[in-house]
Design a protein around this ligand. Structure first.
Ligand code: ADP
Ligand code: MG
Length: 311
């Protein structure tokens, strides 16, 4: 009798544990079948109102995030390839023309100049792609120095002054001395150069670009205002996306690949700051970068350790 009870109990346990583990096995089998190419599949067990259901829901949500990231990466690779192909095609076309038959010296010079311009665009693009790749992987090197923002603003303005003059645009700098932030002076200068480059590029001759720097409280406000073509409300929400260019900008001969503002935003956020934009089509655009000030009291305590690893 006892042995019969034991056999029945063992059988019962076996059936019950099999039932309890069956959904887990189903999940395991389904997850194993999902590869990188079919991230659209879902487990579809979310209706169960128990631990298994919650686990399945969590896994489905993770799959959705993976799918979105994969799609983003694919779009990024396609856009990058397209941007790289355009200058390469121009260089190749020029080379074919030059090698087709002997040319006059002036023709060689013209083609070489054009190729130099395209190679410049290519190396800028590769540099931007590298910056974003390092930003994504967290391996971008950022110095932690005390940086005087007025020096950064003055340097960036003098860098772009010839460009502004060439475009018939007045460039003004309204600065405030002794505003210190903790960070990477070179990167901050590059960030401001990107904003200035856009302001000049998207402002017609006769217009004005004004850089201003002030700190009414604990933060520094760095503004780049222009009287240019402006940005439509639908575009404003996308201009910080990689490779995004508004239609009005696309029509113009100048301008980059649409990576500049993505890098600007990364740089500002890596410095603990924020960036905002206000724009009116046909009237102009103002970008405002807000950066936390390095306070004098902190300077003594938090003096950057020259041997500390860069972030
Ligand atoms: N100052 C500005 N005035 C008008 N449009 C701007 C301005 N700055 C940026 N934009 C818009 O934002 C887009 C993205 O800028 P950015 O990332 O620097 O790319 P790019 O300059 O290479 O086109 C530009 O293509 C343009 O449409
Ligand atoms: Mg740009």
């Amino acid at each position: 009798m006892l042995s019969l009870v034991l056999v029945l109990a063992t059988l019962g346990c076996w059936v019950l544990s099999g039932r309890a583990l069956a959904p887990n096995d189903r999940i395991t089998r389904k997850v194993r079948r999902i590869g990188a190419t079919d991230l659209r599949r879902r487990l579809g067990l979310a209706r169960r109102n128990d631990e298994v259901g919650r686990l399945a829901t969590t896994l489905d949500e993770m799959l959705a995030r993976l799918e979105a990231t994969f799609a983003q990466q694919q779009a990024f690779t396609a856009a990058a390839s397209h941007e790289l192909r355009t200058p390469l095609t121009i260089v190749q076309g020029n080379l074919d023309v030059l090698l087709g038959r002997p040319r006059r010296p002036a023709e060689y010079r013209k083609a070489l100049r054009e190729m130099r311009g395209e190679v410049g665009r290519l190396s800028d693009l590769v540099e931007d792609l590298l910056t974003l790749a390092r930003a994504d992987s967290g391996t971008a090197q950022l110095a932690r120095d005390l940086v005087a923002l007025d020096t950064v603003a003055a340097a960036a303005c003098s860098d772009v002054r010839p460009l502004a003059q060439h475009g018939g645009i007045a460039l003004e700098l309204i600065s405030t001395p002794d505003l210190l932030v903790m960070g990477d002076g070179q990167r901050l200068r590059h960030m401001l150069l990107n904003l200035l480059d856009n302001a000049i590029c998207y402002t017609p001759p006769g217009g004005m670009v004004c850089v201003s720097l002030e700190a009414p409280g604990m933060s520094a406000y760095l503004r780049v205002a222009d009287t240019g073509i402006g940005i439509a409300p639908d575009d404003v929400t996308h201009i910080f996306d990689r490779f995004y260019r508004a239609d009005a900008a696309r029509g113009r001969a100048s301008g980059g690949a649409g990576l500049g503002l993505a890098i600007v935003r990364w740089c500002v956020e890596a410095h603990g700051g924020t960036i905002g934009v206000e724009s009116q089509v046909g009237h102009g655009t103002t970008f405002t970068v807000t950066l936390p000030l390095a306070l004098a009291a902190e300077d003594d305590e938090d003096c950057p350790d020259p041997h500390a690893p860069a972030v």
